[in-house]
Each structure stands twice: as structure tokens, then as C-alpha cells.
Design a protein around this ligand. Structure first.
Ligand SMILES: *Cc1c(COP(=O)(O)O)cnc(C)c1O
Length: 457
């Protein structure tokens, strides 16, 4: 492995510094530590782990901001290029990561919001009361509508917030009969795409036929769908667009106020650092498909709403763990088990829930040529608390006498925090935020007293 003798060789080896993998901000220091760059500033992950301890989550708001800006700019650029007459609106789906440093960064870049529950909408209410967002910011409300949720929607509408509930099932129409503002409907399109969630039965939305039978729907402005998350191919975006525009054209005959299609989430992240579509390629095809389909059907070009959350949020956080022990793997593709001081079940729950794969790299000693194939074990006493890269392996430095390797899992900014749990009563990782050269603690590591209290002790 002669190429690894140079620093750039190590950077290349660990797949850092590459825009197509969202690692353009990452680098290797002369000493072999993992670095994250923000303009003139840089953060040394090994030093941060030493100072704040592990397990540790590190959030980089500049990455969120940059990714939201890129998404908005690319959509607008292709809208212009295609001479498309609808407008583009980005709505951040809060369920992806409700943390303050995520949501505030996105609002500062002009993102609108989308909520999935009454409690998320309560955060919106607070932000709005504190005048944290611009007057033109619009909020879409998805998810099952409990009474609390409905009442909060109504309250905020009456107070003048631009809030558009998305009706997910026919029974919700009753409530919105008296609603003053615009509403949307969610369609359950009879269509499947390649992704994590290639589900046969969709829980949400109203069937196409049923929507057409309803004829006129009062105050209808938005036709909404959400096919899946982490869609794997560009065709997975264009096929639903074609179908939705067709439905939109039919629904407009009775609903002339319908002027917007919401394409939901789905924008993916190259977690495994293998070939993947770029956002530019996907968005180019999406806008083009809208244009062509509208021309074909001779229908007014709708505004486009996009709710890609994972795509924007995942690369903005990394999770850092120390390796506390090792033991041999008896049979398998890897040689050693490395046990970390955190938990996959608790801290990176999708590893367990949906067999999510991650790019795992060393956060120090990145300049070693002595690497080996390992599997990772979490420190809950649960034999499911492990990461084997789907039966493959993770390449990490060998453990030298008296050394505790430090590892970083990339792209952990989407979903993991809100899914986190307390199996074996392990403490949640501490969380720090790196911005403008400063480091602040967003969440302290919880103590035994604090964890015990949750369980009545
Ligand atoms: C979860 C969800 C999203 C976000 O999807 P990602 O592809 O994971 O970013 C967007 N819209 C709706 C309605 C959702 O439920």
C-alpha cells in the first residue's frame, strides 16, 4: 500500500475530501487526526474527543446551511433553465432532526418547515412567537392529526401564521371544513420505487380514485405525496412526478385553486461512499419531468415543494466513540470485535432497526498502514448491539499496546437522535456544536442520577 505513505494518500484511502461523498469538509492532519474544515476554521476531532469525552456527537451547522442552500439553488437554476413557470419551495421535515442547531440553521437559509406531530408544531409556535422566522415562511402539517395537533393548527392559522395542513385520511376533512386557510391532501399513489421503504402497504394518504371521486375539495392548494426515504435511483423520483402531474391535471378540473405539488422526501445520502446519484442529476431530471409532463397534458405548471430532510441533515453530524476492548471473531469476514463505549441500539438505532450502513473511519491514527477487518460491538449487553456492515467488515487501525482507538461514524445527522433510547440505562452521548471556530455544548452527557430519574429512581 505504497500510496498511503503520503497524507493525501490517507485522505483518499478513508474517502475524505470528496464532494460526491459529502466529505469535502474532512481532512487528515499531519499527525493523522481527523479534521473538519469550515472556511478558515478547522476542528480536530481527536482533540475534541479528548476534551469533551466519548461517546460524542458533533454537529456542524455550516454543513447543514451549505446543503440547504445548494438544494434551493439547484432547483431554482433548473427552473430557470427549463423556463418553468412554477416556483420552488423547500420545506425541512422536522422529524429528521428537531435539534435547535439544525432547525435554526435551516431557517436562516430560507427553509420553510414541515411538521409531523403536535409537539413539533409547538416548537414552530415558539419560533414564531420569538420572531425567529420571516413572514413568508410557510408550515406544512403532516402526520396523524390528534385533537391537540388539530387545535394547534387552528390556533396558529387564526394568529396569522401561513400554515397548511395536509389531509392524510378522509376523516380529517370534517375538521378542516371550517378551516380558513389553504389545505393540502396526501395521495397514496399506487407506485413503488427502489429504496429502504419499498413497502407494499402504505399507511398514509388517500387513494387516487378516492380523491377524484371527491370532486371539489374546499380550499385545496397542495397535492402532496411522500413515496419513500433514501430513494436509490433517479427514476425513483421521476416516475412519481409523472404520475402526480397526471392526477393534478385531473383534480384541477374541479379544483382550480390547486397550484402546488409536494414531492415529499426521498433524496438520499451516499452513506457507503460508493457510486450514488448527485443532487444535481436528480433535481435536473425532476424539473425536466415536471416541464415535459405539464406540456404533454397542457396543464398549468405547478409550484414544486420538496421535503428532502435526510439529504440535507445527515452529513452535518458525526458520532465519535472510543474502542474500549477487542476480542477475536470466531467465524466471519472480520478478524476482531472492537467494543465501543456507546451503543448502536441506543445511539444509532437505525443500525438495528433497518440495518443502516455507515462509513466508519478512525478519528486518530489515520496515517497507519496497519489496518485490519473488524466488526463493532456496542456496550449494551445485547447481542443485537453490533455493526457488521451488513455481514461485510469495517477497516480500522490495529490496536497497539495501551492505545484506545477513536472512531468516527459519518452522516449521523438524520433520525438517530430522536430515535435514541436507554437500553441498559447507558447515558446518551454528549453533543457539541462547532460553528465559526467556536465549540459549544448542546447537550451534556447524562449522569446516572439523571438517567435513573427517568425510571422513577
Ligand atoms: C419523513 C418524511 C420526509 C423526509 O423524508 P427523507 O427522505 O427521510 O428526508 C418528508 N416528508 C414527509 C411527509 C415525511 O413523512
Amino acid at each position: 500500500m505504497f500510496f498511503m505513505t503520503r497524507r493525501n494518500g490517507f485522505k483518499h484511502f478513508w474517502k475524505l475530501g470528496k464532494e460526491e461523498f459529502n466529505t469535502q469538509w474532512f481532512d487528515v492532519s499531519k499527525k493523522g487526526d481527523l479534521l473538519v474544515k469550515e472556511g478558515y476554521y478547522q476542528y480536530n476531532v481527536a482533540e475534541l474527543a479528548k476534551k469533551y469525552g466519548t461517546p460524542l456527537e458533533i454537529v456542524f451547522p455550516h454543513i447543514i446551511e451549505r446543503r440547504a442552500r445548494n438544494l434551493i439553488d439547484i432547483f431554482n437554476a433548473y427552473i430557470k433553465l427549463n423556463d418553468y413557470r412554477g416556483r420552488f419551495f423547500y420545506h425541512y421535515p422536522m422529524k429528521v432532526n428537531q435539534s435547535k442547531e439544525f432547525v435554526l440553521s435551516l431557517i436562516s437559509e430560507g427553509a420553510n418547515l414541515e411538521t409531523s406531530s403536535a409537539n413539533e408544531l409547538w416548537i414552530v409556535k415558539r419560533l414564531w412567537e420569538q420572531e425567529k422566522f420571516a413572514d413568508r415562511t410557510r408550515v406544512l402539517c403532516n402526520g396523524p392529526k390528534t385533537e391537540k395537533y388539530l387545535n394547534l393548527i387552528d390556533e396558529l392559522d387564526r394568529k396569522g401564521l401561513m400554515i397548511t395542513p395536509i389531509v392524510e385520511e378522509a376523516s380529517e376533512f370534517d375538521f378542516f371544513k371550517r378551516y380558513k386557510g389553504e389545505i393540502g391532501v396526501r395521495v397514496d399513489m399506487n407506485l413503488r420505487v427502489r429504496s429502504h421503504w419499498d413497502k407494499k402497504f402504505n399507511l398514509f394518504g388517500i387513494r387516487e380514485d378516492d380523491l377524484l371521486h371527491m370532486g371539489k375539495i374546499r380550499n385545496l392548494a397542495v397535492l402532496s405525496y411522500h413515496i419513500s426515504s433514501q430513494i436509490e435511483t433517479v427514476d425513483g423520483f421521476t416516475a412519481p412526478v409523472r404520475r402526480a402531474v397526471q392526477l393534478y391535471a385531473k383534480m384541477r378540473e374541479k379544483n382550480p385553486g390547486l397550484d402546488t405539488i409536494n414531492i415529499g422526501g426521498g433524496g438520499g445520502v451516499p452513506y457507503e461512499k460508493k457510486r450514488f446519484y448527485t443532487s444535481k442529476a436528480a433535481i435536473q431530471r425532476i424539473v425536466k419531468t415536471f416541464k415535459q409532463q405539464c406540456m404533454r397534458l397542457q396543464v398549468r405548471e405547478p409550484n414544486i415543494i420538496c421535503e428532502w430532510g435526510r439529504h440535507v441533515a445527515a452529513p452535518a453530524q458525526i458520532s465519535v466513540f472510543s474502542v474500549i476492548s477487542e476480542k477475536p471473531v470466531k467465524e466471519g469476514y472480520a478478524k476482531r470485535w472492537y467494543t465501543i463505549d456507546g451503543s448502536f441500539i441506543n445511539d444509532l438505532a437505525d443500525t438495528w432497526a433497518i440495518h443502516q450502513k455507515w462509513h466508519v473511519i478512525p478519528a486518530k491514527g489515520m496515517d497507519t498502514r496497519r489496518v485490519q477487518k473488524v466488526w463493532l460491538a456496542g456496550s449494551s449487553c445485547d447481542s443485537d448491539d453490533k455493526y457488521t456492515a451488513g455481514g461485510g467488515h469495517v477497516l480500522l487501525p490495529r490496536i497497539e499496546e495501551g492505545d484506545r482507538p477513536l472512531i468516527a461514524v459519518l452522516d449521523t445527522g438524520a433520525y438517530q437522535d430522536a430515535l435514541a433510547s436507554y437500553h441498559c440505562l447507558l447515558s446518551h452521548p454528549a453533543k457539541i456544536v462547532c460553528k465559526d471556530g467556536d465549540v459549544t455544548v448542546a447537550r451534556k452527557r447524562d449522569t446516572a442520577e439523571e438517567v435513573g430519574k427517568r425510571f422513577g429512581w
